[in-house]
Design a protein around this ligand. Structure first.
Ligand SMILES: Cc1cc2nc3c(=O)[nH]c(=O)nc-3n(C[C@H](O)[C@H](O)[C@H](O)COP(=O)(O)O)c2cc1C
Length: 336
């Protein structure tokens, strides 16, 4: 039975433990458009120093208008890729691995005066602007931008790529009957994500795993049913997704009641039905809860979000709590 602090391997991604820094937007790119700054360096590298096995970047967008805000990160030019490379190199010094979460905000972009795009001209909420429905040629262009972003991330030294297919962002918008009312071929809920999966896989080394984060359930009226998303995910596996990161919702402003491990049952379902490794996320910051999720083989890895906003050393603190030996670098070990 694996535990939270046991190693994990999928293709050539070898993790020293099963703890993942959940992707979290920082809204801290102030100097140059979409370029990571000292804040991002400190945020990501300090969690690596803290003993985390896999670091995931915040949602990093494939084009300028695909950012949620003007202070979000991008991977559409070399300057952005170079700044990421410095972070990747330092994360690696602390024996952690790093993945980039690649995304497009679509209709959830709130950039003032921005070109807000979506599958159909349906706003995210009453407070959001009405987006413009993408032309077919523009959709193909965005798919190519996902490929280009992946190429840049691979060259920058990232160990894995996670596609953001959850939380109501562009991939998810195409997958949902509530936001995709197209009558062309992209009205097929699987077409856009499948084409992106194939395009990014072409840019990734054969032995690098591709992770897809999905929302297993939607909370909006007219959204998909869990079994529909699971059926789509079966196609995603065939197209090249190696692992899933299972979240829920984000498709509308409604939020569910949350309690420790509230999304684990969906991770477990995907693991069982698809037979691929899964990451669970959502209020798993009690180390005993995280350990139980892994030991009971309900998920292979756990993402810690807000728990790691509170402490960059969450992994070390969990090790202390669980009585596991996890060495910190330098004199930090003396703190324990
Ligand atoms: C400030 C903040 C930013 C977030 N940004 C992202 C993001 O960029 N990509 C993503 O997939 N999820 C994002 N999330 C969701 C988290 O990754 C995670 O799924 C969620 O917080 C639940 O996990 P937790 O209970 O451990 O915090 C964000 C959450 C927070 C709190």
């Amino acid at each position: 039975m694996p535990g939270l602090f046991d190693s994990f391997n999928e293709k050539n991604l070898s993790l020293k433990n099963r703890i993942v820094l959940s992707p979290m937007c920082q809204y801290q790119a102030f100097e140059r458009e979409g370029v990571p700054e000292n804040w991002h360096f400190v945020h990501l590298v300090s969690r690596a120093i803290g003993g985390t096995g896999l670091i995931l970047t915040e949602m990093t967008d494939v084009e300028s208008r695909g950012r949620i805000t003007e202070n979000c990160l991008g991977i559409y030019n070399d300057e952005q890729a170079e700044a990421f490379k410095k972070i990747v190199d330092d994360v690696h010094k602390y024996e952690a691995k790093i993945g980039m979460q690649i995304a497009h905000a679509g209709r959830k972009s709130v950039i003032e005066g921005g070109d807000i795009v979506a599958p159909s001209a349906i706003p995210f909420s009453e407070k959001n602007p009405v987006p413009r429905a993408l032309e077919k040629g523009e959709i193909e262009d965005i798919i190519e931008k996902f490929a280009q972003g992946t190429r840049r991330a691979v060259l920058a030294g990232f160990d894995t790529i996670e596609l953001h297919g959850a939380h109501g962002y562009l991939l998810h918008q195409f997958m949902s009957p509530a936001s995709n009312k197209r009558d062309d071929e992209y009205g097929d809920y699987g077409k856009f994500p499948l084409e992106i999966i194939r395009a990014v896989k072409r840019e990734m080394p054969k032995d690098m795993p591709l992770i897809l984060r999905v929302s297993a359930v939607e909370y909006s009226e007219g959204g998909y049913q869990p079994e529909e998303m699971l059926a789509l995910s079966e196609q995603f596996v065939k197209a090249g997704v190696d692992m899933f990161d299972i979240s829920t919702g984000g498709d509308c402003p409604t939020r569910p009641h949350v309690y420790p491990g509230y999304q684990v049952k969906y991770a477990e379902l995907y693991k069982k039905e698809l037979g691929v490794p899964v990451i669970s996320v959502g209020k798993l910051e009690n180390p005993h809860v995280a350990e139980a999720v892994i030991q009971e083989e309900r998920a292979d890895l756990v993402c810690i979000g807000k728990g790691m906003l509170r402490s960059p050393y969450w992994a070390k603190e969990a090790a202390v709590e669980l009585g596991v030996d996890l060495k910190m670098s330098g004199v930090y070990e003396m703190g324990y």
